[in-house]
Design a protein around this ligand. Structure first.
Ligand SMILES: Nc1ccn([C@@H]2O[C@H](COP(=O)(O)OP(=O)(O)OP(=O)(O)O)[C@@H](O)[C@H]2O)c(=O)n1
Ligand SMILES: C/C(=C\CO)CCC[C@H](C)CCC[C@H](C)CCCC(C)C
Length: 301
């Protein structure tokens, strides 16, 4: 059984600054961490107007705003990094695309504890996939150009490719963070299967997938087995990560069996030859959400 540890808004998921502070209580009469952070911010922010705004803003909004900027910058840096690696032929193009596919979901989930425990935290976190969906739409519709983005996340270097797999992927991140956030295993497992599972299916299958599936000659046994194993392992790792921070409670004697069934269902959906109709970045997370909901229940705050 996986259930939220703290019912109600603002679950005590120890977001990083708090979790770091939890390990040591401040000495008596010391300024609270929030007020000392604000004072540092005020000292560091030059203009009085901004300083006044920072002084007025509750600590949670400051924390969420800073986390949003940090994660947005991280998303940009991830894409730029693999553009440079691909440009310098240090990483093969199709591998680069899939590594970005895997890391985007995993690192985005890993960043969620940076946000506060307030009810608005998920909306701040949602800004990151929202901005990236706007970015993909802008360049996919050729309203502007971003060669680095096109080269690092498209198969053939055509901007219109941004409007399919990558855009669906980012919209799933947006949907998941808003609906499930870090308080439900359903979102965590769905993103793990989409990013880690489907990503490694491609990475391994493209290289070693000579033995094709009898009902789908575009997919291979080793690719599907890789999806099942990597999706299962990443889901377990991410559930442990969030449960160790107090966001969810995981009863491991039941969770492993349920995770195996979820991973099997997602792998089966990824195998069937419907990619021409529904992109894997839609079918895999949707199938995972359905089966995870049936097995784990809603368990959202
Ligand atoms: N179960 C799987 C899944 C993928 N693959 C290999 O990985 C390639 C791409 O897999 P796919 O999941 O279809 O990736 P897409 O997202 O559709 O392709 P892209 O990411 O390039 O858009 C396939 O052609 C195949 O060579 C495989 O062998 N077995
Ligand atoms: C190539 C991709 C899918 C095709 O199957 C992934 C596209 C990824 C986007 C271009 C960038 C998405 C960034 C995430 C919204 C946030 C990542 C934050 C993290 C800290 C790097």
């Amino acid at each position: 059984m996986v259930a939220a540890a703290c019912p109600g808004a603002g679950a005590a998921c120890a977001s990083f600054p708090n979790s770091l502070l939890l390990s040591r209580s401040p000495p008596p009469h010391a300024p609270s961490p929030a007020s000392s952070m604000r004072r540092r911010l005020l000292l560091g922010i030059g203009t009085p107007a901004v300083a006044a705004l920072a002084a007025a803003a509750p600590p949670a909004v400051l924390q969420d705003g800073a986390a949003t900027m940090f994660v947005t910058a991280g998303a940009y840096a991830l894409v730029r990094t693999f553009d440079v690696l691909t440009e310098r032929r240090l990483v093969e193009k199709s591998l680069s695309r899939k590594i970005v596919h895997v890391l985007s979901g995993v690192l985005f989930m890993a960043s969620w504890p940076l946000f506060s425990n307030s009810t608005q935290a998920r909306y701040f976190a949602a800004v990151v996939p929202f901005l990236n969906s706007v970015r993909l739409l802008t360049y996919g519709l050729r309203l502007s150009t971003d060669e680095a983005l096109v080269k690092s996340v498209t198969r053939e270097g055509k901007p219109e490719e941004l409007l399919r797999g990558p855009l669906y992927y980012v919209l799933v991140l947006l949907f998941t963070v808003l609906v499930f956030w870090r308080e439900s295993p359903i979102g965590i497992v769905s993103l793990s299967m989409m990013s880690g599972g489907d990503g490694f299916a491609d990475i391994v299958g493209r290289r070693y997938g000579s033995a094709k599936l009898p009902f789908n000659d575009k997919k291979s046994w080793i690719g599907s087995i890789s999806m099942f194993i990597s999706g299962f392992l990443l889901s377990a790792i991410m559930l442990f990560y969030f449960s160790s921070l107090g966001c969810i409670h995981v009863s491991w004697e039941e969770a492993f069996g349920k995770l195996a069934l979820v991973a099997l269902a997602a792998t089966a959906v990824e195998c069937i030859p419907v990619t021409d109709v529904v992109d894997d970045n839609i079918s895999v997370p949707l199938a995972t959400m359905l089966v995870a909901f049936l097995l784990f229940g809603s368990n959202t705050q």
